[in-house]
Design a protein around this ligand. Structure first.
Ligand code: SF4
Ligand code: SF4
Length: 344
């Protein structure tokens, strides 16, 4: 473990800019959004809570060209890789799903793998919780324990820093003059902040009666024919925001586009909440009704992924609660599923 002062941390980010496109969250209104850093490092937020947009956006782009004239090995982005600062624990857990789909499965996606190998993840402990955080119910601590290259724990004068990969270690060694040995008195201060945030998340969980993942086993099967799905889907406007914003959702759509010069294949994010997502040739649709698509979304998260990847595809980040214009609250749906509650 090492320590870096706030002033030296700015110098560190400036230095990183030579090899990476550095992004960190800044606050706009009540939300935090990633911003590309060049000269101005003053307004960045390392701590607080997760950014509004999920970190998956740096690893699978919302829209990208994946083949040019049907040649799959197109030269991709001459740009520098990303260094993403202030990534939170709930986003890191999302990689368990993203890696399963794009890296450790039947087909390994070369674009995703390249990004996973080259991008640098500088995560950070949460220093507060917001009303929608329920990570602890999904077994995620509000401070990273794995999945990062470097992790930062904010204390008054700077950051305690831990490396989690060879890549992270190499970066720290390269700029070793900016870092110093940890002072033992910082550890209890880090732990005090961690404890405070744990208590805040526990309070959210208690107030919203969010069930724990330990009792999720069989909740979809048990409620498969329940009216819960129709009742919960009543206000849904089929916007797909809940899936786009989710750090674990990964579905995509491939299409070919032709202009005067060439034919190219593109990939865009897709959403299983949209009517035509499952439509097949001939026009049949196995999930024609909106409630069926809502059920499918929960089925993937709480039945399919635990079976195939031994992990629930939800990290308790609460983004879908904030993003849903219909105010469909995943915590409430989970509570109903666990209780087998037929009434809204
Ligand atoms: S389902 Fe909702 S709370 Fe769970 S990881 Fe996705 S956006 Fe976050
Ligand atoms: S964000 Fe809400 S309204 Fe939009 S598709 Fe998801 S559940 Fe439906």
């Amino acid at each position: 473990m090492a320590y870096i002062t706030s002033k030296n941390f700015e110098r560190f980010l400036e230095a990183l800019n030579k090899d990476y496109q550095v992004f960190a969250p800044v606050k706009k209104g009540e939300q935090r959004f990633y911003k590309r850093l060049d000269a101005d490092f003053g307004d960045i937020l390392v701590g607080e809570v997760r950014a509004f947009e999920p970190v998956k956006a740096f690893f699978t782009r919302a829209r990208e060209e994946v083949a040019d004239g049907f040649k799959p090995d197109i030269p991709h982005a001459a740009d520098k890789p990303f260094a993403i600062v202030g990534v939170k624990s709930c986003d890191l857990k999302g990689f368990k799903i993203q890696d399963h789909v794009f890296k450790n499965h039947d087909y390994a996606d070369p674009f995703y793998i390249k990004n996973r190998e080259e991008n640098l993840i500088i995560s950070a402990d949460c220093t507060c919780a917001i009303e929608t955080c329920f990570c602890l119910a999904l077994g995620v601590d509000p401070y990273p324990t794995e999945g990062f290259d470097i992790n930062l724990s904010e204390i008054d004068e700077g950051y305690l820093l831990e490396t989690g990969s060879k890549k992270g270690k190499a970066v720290i060694e390269k700029y070793s003059s900016l870092f110093q040995e940890t002072n033992e008195r910082f550890i209890p201060r880090r732990d005090k902040v961690r404890k405070k945030v744990v208590q805040e998340v526990e309070k959210n969980i208690k107030e919203n009666e969010v069930p724990d993942e330990k009792i999720f086993d069989g909740i979809i099967e048990k409620n498969f024919e329940s009216r819960i799905w129709e009742e919960e889907a009543e206000t849904c406007v089929e916007c797909g925001a809940c899936t786009v914003i989710c750090p674990t959702c990964h579905c995509f759509f491939l299409y070919d586009q032709k202009d005067e010069k060439k034919m190219a294949r593109f990939r865009t994010w897709d959403s299983c909440m949209i009517k035509d997502y499952a439509r097949v040739a001939g026009g049949e649709n196995p999930r024609a009704k909106l409630w069926m698509r809502l059920r499918n979304r929960f089925d993937k998260k709480f039945d399919f992924f635990p079976k195939v990847a031994d992990v629930y595809a939800c990290t308790g980040c609460g983004r879908c609660i904030s993003a849903c214009p219909a105010k469909i609250d995943i915590r409430k749906v989970l509570k109903r599923l666990v209780k087998g509650d037929e009434k809204a």
